[in-house]
Write a protein of this length. Structure first.
Length: 136
C-alpha cells in the first residue's frame, strides 16, 4: 500500500505524492557533486540541472511524449509543482534550450550513482529501469 493513503475506502491522499516519494530515493548530494564536476549549472539562469532532472523524471513516470506534452501536463498540475520541487512550469523553449545545453554525461553519471545507492528498493529500480530513469 502506498504511503499517505490511510483509509482505503476514502482514497484521499493525506501524505506525500508518489512522485515526491520516488524523488526521496535520488542521491541529491551525489547529483550535486556530478553537476559541479561537469559545470552543468554554470551560466544557467532559469532551469537548473536538478529542476531539469525533476521534469524529465516526471515526464518519464507520466508517459509524456513531447515537449508540448510535458509543458501541458506541468501546466495542468501547476498547484502541485511546489511539492515536486519546481517554482513554476518551464516554458517549452526553456526545456528545449536546457536539453540542448546540458551535458548528457551528467544524467548518465546520476543514473549510475542512483544504481549504486543502496536504499533504493529493488522494485523501484525494476520499475524505473523500464521507464529509463535508472539502469539496474
Amino acid at each position: 500500500m502506498l504511503l499517505g493513503f490511510n483509509d482505503p475506502e476514502d482514497g484521499m491522499n493525506v501524505g506525500k505524492t508518489l512522485f515526491a516519494q520516488v524523488m526521496e530515493f535520488v542521491p541529491w548530494k551525489s547529483f550535486g557533486r556530478i553537476v559541479a564536476k561537469h559545470e552543468g549549472d554554470s551560466g544557467i539562469r532559469t532551469l537548473s540541472c536538478a529542476d531539469l532532472f525533476r521534469v524529465l523524471a516526471f515526464s518519464q513516470l507520466t508517459w509524456r511524449e513531447s515537449l508540448r506534452d510535458i509543458e501541458a501536463c506541468l501546466a495542468a498540475n501547476q498547484s502541485k509543482l511546489f511539492h515536486m520541487g519546481l517554482a513554476q512550469p518551464p516554458a517549452r523553449s526553456t526545456l528545449a534550450d536546457a536539453l540542448n545545453a546540458r551535458d548528457w554525461r551528467i544524467y548518465q553519471a546520476a543514473a549510475f550513482a542512483a544504481d549504486d545507492y543502496k536504499d533504493v528498493p529493488q522494485g523501484l529500480k525494476a520499475l524505473s529501469s523500464e521507464s529509463g530513469i535508472w539502469h539496474g
